[in-house]
Design a protein around this ligand. Structure first.
Ligand SMILES: C[S@@+](CC[C@H](N)C(=O)[O-])C[C@H]1O[C@@H](n2cnc3c(N)ncnc32)[C@H](O)[C@@H]1O
Length: 205
């Protein structure tokens, strides 16, 4: 499983997450980022072209060495300094109040202890700092939810620990963030059980 997760999943992620259909969502979620940004689950750096000019620096948190290697071209042409500053969103190596914004795109599904990771994001954001997110998760329809719960064990094995049925909005609110805006919708890239998206901005108190 270690070899599959370390050497295969980052390539799958690079291709699947790099689909053009995701570009408008990346553009929407990155809009409004500014100042010092921490990006959780940086992957292969597919958000880099979408950082707005107001972003001053990015601290990338990414456990997969191969993901970071696949980001090389995007890092070379990045308009802002980006450093791989952490390996695990569940334990961020930054002092309190270090960042103005946090970014997470299709990562909250995979971090094992997502409640701890969100508590860490809240800790490292300044008061009033914003968490920008687009995540797949629990669908709004009970019929789709039933399939998400059924298929979740298979998804976790095939997709490197990815969960289909996390309630993204609920998890963020339970971590103490105030939801400033959230749009929950079905995307166009895949079947509903995997393409129920939550896109929004939450504010750290
Ligand atoms: C589906 S990929 C999304 C990658 C990227 N955010 C994107 O939009 O293309 C999920 C990412 O979360 C990373 N990840 C897994 N566990 C993590 C953890 N504990 N902390 C931070 N990132 C993690 C994976 O290595 C992977 O790069």
């Amino acid at each position: 499983m270690g070899i599959y997760r370390d050497r295969v999943v980052p390539h799958i992620v690079n291709v699947a997450c790099g689909m053009r259909a995701n570009d408008p969502l990346r553009e929407r979620v990155c809009a409004g980022l500014s100042g010092r940004v921490v990006e959780l689950g940086f992957g292969s750096g597919l958000n880099v072209p979408f950082y707005p000019p107001a972003v001053q620096s990015v601290s990338a948190v990414e456990p997969a060495d191969l993901g970071w290697k696949l980001a090389a071209g995007r890092l070379a042409s990045a308009p802002v300094p980006i450093e791989r500053a952490g390996l695990d969103g569940q334990s961020l190596p930054f002092p309190d109040d270090s960042f103005d914004c946090a970014l997470s795109t299709w990562t909250m599904c995979t971090i094992p202890d997502i409640a701890s990771a969100l508590a860490e994001v809240r800790r490292v954001l300044v008061a009033g700092g914003t968490l920008h997110f687009v995540e797949h998760g629990l669908a709004p329809d009970p019929g789709v939810q039933t399939w998400q719960h059924r298929l979740n064990p298979i998804q976790k094995v095939l997709a490197g620990g990815c969960n289909l049925d996390r309630d993204i909005r609920g998890l963020i609110e339970d971590a103490g963030f105030r939801m400033r805006e959230v749009d929950i919708f079905y995307g166009e890239a895949g079947p509903r059980f995997i393409d129920a998206q939550s896109l929004g901005v939450a504010v750290s108190p």
